[in-house]
Design a protein around this ligand. Structure first.
Ligand SMILES: Cc1ncc(COP(=O)(O)O)c(C=O)c1O
Length: 470
């Protein structure tokens, strides 16, 4: 198991010792999980403790958390000040809704987020996670246009393979066919355009990232024309797309998307569920890229995972029709802006500033990239890409032709070997084939060269072995 360097995958289940894992297998419905694995002799990994960049399982094995939980634990595990902030707030006021009422922590946090957000994105609508924030943004876009004389604008354009959450609206915006098929028909009006996977760019754009970016952005204009501008309400883009393996925006891409949205009176929504709160070295990646969207959706890193919280941050223009008269946005969540979560977020953002987490990402992102790029000498590594502390390593069958794996090979490689082998060698990260097979890394924002080297060492050993099992 962790840190032992063995890749023998089978964990022998012992009834007493594995009571938690067995109970998980029998009662816990794990998310996005193929449960048969655990009835066929697999062992549910039970994580019981975290400290800094490390986590421990119920058998005392230690692992490097290379994914910050799920792109969440920016400040690292075991931060007593964040736990204390939650406890203190629970004693003072554990719960009150923000339905026509307010409480101090939600007010302070809303003002603070508005301060971090670009342009006039000054209005904060709290949710409990990213999918709800996306859902909220789509509903706002529809109602905004109904209130401002363009009632037929309702569709959303988003990108192939992008993940935007699981509520049925957010899932309709999601571009991963396999995640949608079991739930069709979804909310109508989700239209897909190409993403910014430069590694898989059409031949004519190889070697010219800017031209590729322009091409990809112009597909949005084409889709709006095709659907009819009077039917399109919004374009959703992650500044750096997660699914598919960390696609950064080519130079000029986000600027061109902004231009297109302005031209057709379509809202630009930046889904910063992952990229927000330091992942790309700024509170919002859109600040770093210098483009102001109409809406930002965010969640995860806002509390570093010490409580559940998400938000939609909208521009003054979008709030304007809700300012007067009898109009309201008939939408909300009991837990949205929960006082404990808001208090934890405030403390987390204090910690960001006190410890300079964004500055740490900016100072170390080049070293992170260079360390991961060393893996380019392995035959299985096709591409290393990403930004900030958010990287994907695409695995290929042939480096020269960029040939990817067949479905069977990907199944054998990712599920049959890689996920388990990485974990058993002490690295928790993500091996994913929602696009082409990638390994993804998003460590805590406190990391430096020592941690990058540790990830590289484990990846090198496991990816070298992966090549031999193919
Ligand atoms: C870009 C993006 N949007 C939305 C979501 C959904 O967030 P949640 O799981 O908090 O609903 C995610 C989750 O990973 C995400 O990466």
């Amino acid at each position: 198991m962790g840190n032992t360097m063995t890749t023998t995958p089978q964990h022998v289940t012992e009834p007493g010792r594995d009571a938690l894992a067995n109970s998980a297998r029998d009662h816990l419905w794990m998310h996005f999980t193929r449960h048969s694995t655990y009835y066929d002799g697999g062992h549910v990994p039970v994580i019981v403790k975290g400290e800094g960049s490390y986590i421990w399982d119920d058998h005392g094995n230690k692992y490097f958390d290379g994914l910050s939980g799920l792109f969440v634990v920016q400040a690292g595990h075991g931060r007593k000040e964040l736990a204390a902030a939650g406890a203190k707030q629970a004693e003072e006021l554990a719960f009150f809704p923000i339905w026509s009422y307010a409480h101090p922590r939600a007010i302070e946090l809303a003002e603070r987020l508005a301060g971090y957000a670009p342009g006039d994105l000054n209005r904060v609508f709290f949710t409990t996670g990213g999918g709800e924030a996306v859902e909220t943004a789509w509903k706002l876009a529809k109602q905004f246009f109904k209130l401002t004389g363009k009632p037929t604008k309702h569709k959303v354009i988003s990108r192939a393979i992008a993940y935007h959450g699981t509520p049925q609206g957010a899932l309709s915006i999601t571009g991963i066919p396999d995640a949608k098929i079991p739930f069709e028909p979804l909310v109508p009006g989700g239209v897909k355009v190409p993403n910014t996977n430069y590694y898989r760019a059409p031949d004519e754009y190889r070697g010219d990232e800017k031209a590729f970016g322009l091409w990809a952005a112009n597909r949005i204009a084409e889709a709006i024309e095709f659907e009819g501008a009077d039917s399109v309400a919004a374009v959703f883009v992650e500044p750096v797309q997660n699914s598919g393996g960390c696609f950064p925006p080519p130079p000029g891409y986000l600027e061109r998307v902004r231009e297109i949205c302005d031209e057709y009176d379509v809202l630009m929504v930046a889904d910063e569920t992952i990229t927000g709160f330091g992942r790309i070295g700024d509170m919002f990646a859109m600040n770093r890229y210098g483009v102001t969207p109409d809406i930002i959706t965010c969640a995860k890193g806002m509390t570093s995972g010490y409580a559940a919280l998400g938000a939609m941050i909208a521009s003054d223009r979008l709030f304007e029709p809700f300012k007067h008269g009898q109009t309201s946005f008939l939408h909300g969540y009991t837990w949205g802006g929960h006082p404990v979560a808001a208090a934890v977020a405030m403390e987390n953002l204090d910690l960001f500033e006190r410890e300079g987490l964004n500055a740490n990402v900016l100072a170390n992102e080049g070293n992170f990239r260079r360390t991961l790029e060393k893996l380019n000498d392995l035959p299985i590594v096709g591409d290393v890409r990403g930004a900030g502390f958010f990287y994907g390593i695409e695995l290929v069958k042939d480096k020269v032709t960029r040939e990817t794996f067949t479905d069977d090979e990907a199944e054998r490689l990712l599920r049959g070997f890689l996920s388990k082998a990485l974990f058993e060698n002490g690295l928790y990260c993500r091996a994913d084939d929602r696009g082409d097979p990638v390994v993804q890394l998003a460590p805590a924002l406190t990391c430096g060269q020592k941690e990058f080297d540790e990830m590289e060492r484990i990846l090198r050993s496991v990816l070298t072995e992966a090549w031999t099992i193919l």
